[in-house]
Design a protein around this ligand. Structure first.
Ligand SMILES: Nc1ncnc2c1ncn2[C@@H]1O[C@H](COP(=O)(O)OP(=O)(O)OP(=O)(O)O)[C@@H](O)[C@H]1O
Ligand SMILES: [Mg+2]
Length: 726
């Protein structure tokens, strides 16, 4: 139904008082059906209507669009909206048209006829258009800039809204070179207020946006970033027998709800979508590798509830306005808290209870670290100074570390998100709406087990990634695989299709010459790299299967390293009076764990190492002294040279030598003999299992011989891994 506009058509400018709160609320109700303005909406609207530049920070789903849509309805002129994505523009324009509001967008996807119509309207001197959505690249073209100047000179440009304004900042999680071209707007169109909008809260990004856009004395309006209706949960891939099956189970358990699953790569989107489809979940993949038409139809099907779940790269979602998304799942760890916040924030925009699920896996972590480390070379065009590149690379790794901390920490997830944006919040703010607050003991147990399992597994997974990368002849080319920033041509066509973080085609197609010549070779090269990566992974996996119960040398060294740390911490805790040889005793204790359980199975070995560490963390100096000093007279085997194994910044070996070799290779050597020494007569105190430890803390209950396993559902096939059901 087409509605007539309310007769509120003033002009923007200082001292303009014709926009009363009541008249603006009336517009909101009439056109959008919302009863009241939310948060800082009204303040923002009034600021821009009075001609002020404004920087508006609102959480995802907070209602930023209304801040420029209402001014468009209140004034005579046109509101120009700059958007990073074609999908976003299409979506908003479609929604506005349905409301009877005259809005259009200009992009390469439109027919010549449609474009012509829009240009005719713009040239008419009395345009019917209220909102015109464009890409930043279009603004930079001389032709369009000339048109803008013309509209401006007629007094018909009332506001420039820069949506997703963080895209202008190289410090932001979603930097787009096209946005940098907006910096000339302020000087070319001096009297038009600029409204920058974003949900990115990092202070550095805020400052950068204001400076880059040249905003003058902007009114900065911020809202809290808390999303109380979203429940946050992390699930640990390394502890799950089958993460895919777990995901499918989770989705099914939520009912027939609308969801988004984010994956790092297109191929995984396709595979996951097929997999979930087989399990009766109606879903489709969405990524930049699909043809425009297909992408469009997936989006339409999802928006109209024909399909339930979209499995997508980050190409999907920025600004997509579906209010009732109940689950947003990250099947791979995102690259920063900002990205995570934006993406998970697409859930529950109707303010109803929703869920953010993040599947965290060590291999994903390593992969992302690799991508971030290597993507710095891709920034050369944009950041000519090597110190800027270095800074950016360091920054992305620091940002990513925050994301890892979110997954590996046991504290409130919500608090962590908000604090990462500089928002200090009290502990009770969460009200048990994250897994860490709702099930603290279970999360603690998972993390404990993860530490053991993953510290042990780190070696192998990392080396796989590095092996694949070293197979690349030209590292520079490989790093382009991850480069979304290479959009040097600035042609309008280049934008918005290159949204996948890790997708190559569009970013490689950034220059016309590349499009013609090197693209195919590069794609072939990248495909080979991917193949190598997966082949490598498969062969390592097969070996892993065969060796399922063998505690490998590298696993043992990782354990020894952890025990060393635990002894060092014990020393720190107990002060200078307690001094022992750290490496020597770490070796000894590790060997004891191995002797007791190594042959029985990995899980027992892990649990024994973890238990020993717990004992080290609580034992007093008397207990430690009697246990460890007793060994001093015993001759221990030669110790290994320090290993870089746990240093994540270094590449690691695939087939490590046994570092603690004299002890480990020959269990019947010195240390075995020590079992008959006085040390053996002073055994470790009884060591509880994980579950006993956690439950014991909480319940202080007596344990039977059965060794209760928390309330975790153990997978029947594999006792180590589990299907988590909180
Ligand atoms: N005052 C209001 N009252 C009720 N609902 C509102 C109000 N303002 C906006 N909304 C609704 O909130 C939802 C989110 O709005 P919008 O898309 O503008 O958010 P956003 O801040 O731009 O989010 P994102 O950061 O994801 O782009 C929309 O469905 C919109 O209709
Ligand atoms: Mg928006």
């Amino acid at each position: 139904m087409k509605k007539s506009s309310l007769p509120l058509r003033g002009s923007i400018g200082p001292g303009n008082h014709e926009y009363s709160n009541e008249s603006l609320v009336k517009l909101l109700r009439w056109h959008f059906g919302h009863s009241e303005f939310r948060g800082k909406q009204l303040e923002t609207i009034k600021a821009v209507l009075s001609g002020k530049d404004c920087f508006c920070l609102m959480p995802t789903g907070g209602g930023k669009s209304v801040c420029y849509q209402i001014p468009a309805l209140a004034t005579k002129g046109i509101v120009l909206v700059v958007c990073p994505l074609i999908a976003l523009m299409e979506n908003q324009v479609m929604a506005l048209k349905e409301k009877g509001i005259s809005a259009e967008y200009l992009s390469s996807t439109q027919s010549i006829q449609d474009k012509k119509k829009i240009h005719e309207d713009l040239d008419s001197g009395k345009p019917a258009l209220r909102l015109l959505y464009v890409t930043p690249e279009l603004i930079a073209t001389p032709g369009f800039m000339a048109k803008l100047m013309k509209i401006y000179s007629r007094g018909l440009l009332s506001l420039i809204a820069i949506d997703e304004a963080h895209c202008i900042s190289t410090w932001g999680h979603d930097f787009r070179p096209g946005y940098r071209k907006l910096s000339s707007l302020r000087s070319r169109l001096p009297n038009v207020p600029i409204l920058a909008l974003t949900a990115t809260a990092a202070p550095k990004v805020q400052k950068d946006v204001i400076a880059s856009l040249g905003l003058q004395n902007p009114l900065v309006l911020m809202s809290s970033f808390n999303r109380p209706n979203i429940y946050y949960e992390v699930r640990y891939k390394d502890l799950l027998d089958d993460p895919l099956a777990d995901l499918s189970k989770q989705l099914k358990a939520s009912g027939d709800v609308c969801g988004i699953i984010y994956c790092l790569e297109r191929a995984l989107c396709d595979q996951l979508s097929v997999y979930l489809g087989k399990y009766g979940i109606s879903c489709a993949a969405y990524h930049a590798g699909l043809k425009n038409e297909l992408r469009k139809s997936v989006l339409e099907d999802w928006l109209s509830s024909k399909i339930q779940v979209v499995v997508a790269t980050v190409a999907f979602g920025m600004g997509i306005d579906r209010k009732d998304v109940r689950v947003v799942c990250h099947f791979n760890i995102p690259k920063s808290m900002e990205a995570f916040y934006q993406e998970s924030g697409r859930a529950g925009r109707d303010q109803l209870p929703s869920k953010s699920l993040l599947y965290y896996g060590l291999e994903d972590r390593r992969r992302m670290e690799f991508i971030l480390r290597n993507s710095s070379s891709a920034d050369k065009k944009i950041l000519p100074s090597s110190s800027s590149q270095k800074k950016l690379s360091e920054k992305s790794l620091t940002d990513f570390a925050q994301m890892v901390e979110y997954c590996e920490g046991s504290g409130c997830r919500r608090k962590q998100i908000l604090e990462s944006f500089g928002e200090q919040v009290p502990a009770f703010i969460c009200s048990k709406s994250c897994d860490a607050c709702k099930h603290p003991n279970t999360v603690a147990a998972y993390l404990e087990e993860l530490t053991t399992t993953c510290a042990v597994g780190r070696n192998n997974s990392s080396s796989r990634i590095f092996v694949s990368s070293s197979n690349m002849n030209d590292e520079k080319e490989f790093s382009e695989f991850w480069n979304r920033k290479d959009e040097a041509s600035g042609s309008e066509e280049d934008i918005s299709d290159s949204d996948d973080d890790t997708e190559v085609v569009k970013s490689l197609a950034g220059t016309k010459s590349l499009k013609k010549s090197g693209l195919n070779e590069k794609i072939a090269l990248l495909e080979r790299a991917e193949e190598n990566y997966y082949q490598n992974k498969i062969s390592v996996k097969q070996n892993d299967k065969q060796d399922k119960n063998v505690v490998s040398a590298s696993f043992r060294e990782a354990s020894r390293k952890r025990l060393e740390n635990a002894i060092e911490q014990a020393q720190q805790r107990l002060g200078s009076s307690f001094k022992i040889e750290v490496e020597r005793y770490a070796c000894f204790l590790e060997h004891e764990c191995y002797e007791k359980y190594g042959r029985t199975g990995k899980s027992f070995y892990y649990s024994q190492v973890a238990s020993t560490m717990r004992w080290l963390s609580t034992a007093d100096s008397k207990e430690l002294t009697s246990r460890l000093r007793a060994e001093e007279n015993t001759e221990l085997p030669a110790l290994p040279s320090p290993s870089p194994m746990l240093d994540l910044s270094k590449s690691e070996k695939t087939n490590e030598e046994v570092h603690c070799s004299p002890v480990l290779e020959n269990p019947a050597s010195n240390l075995s003999k020590q079992n008959a020494s006085p040390a053996a007569a002073a055994p470790l105190p009884p060591i509880p299992s994980f579950a006993e430890f956690v439950n014991g803390r909480m319940e202080k209950a007596n344990h039977s011989n059965k060794s209760p396993r928390l309330s975790i559902n153990r997978d029947e096939k594999d006792p180590v891994k589990r299907t988590r059901l909180l």
